[in-house]
Design a protein around this ligand. Structure first.
Ligand SMILES: [Zn+2]
Length: 55
């Protein structure tokens, strides 16, 4: 049986644009078309910034 690939999304810093995190989005969130936006620590900015989902 072929394994289904998990839907990975990248989280990009909204301030400097660097991709710092990779997360797996739940099927539920996908179905709803929810865009992820999380407060995460950015190494570039050296502080917590808003990270947005990107492909
Ligand atoms: Zn940043």
């Amino acid at each position: 049986m072929a394994k289904k690939k998990k839907p990975n999304v990248k989280l990009k810093c909204s301030e400097c644009g660097s991709i710092n995190y990779y997360v797996t989005k739940s099927q539920n969130a996908r179905a709803l078309g929810v865009k992820l936006a999380l407060k995460k620590f950015c190494k570039n900015c050296k502080r917590h910034t808003l990270h947005k989902e990107t492909k």
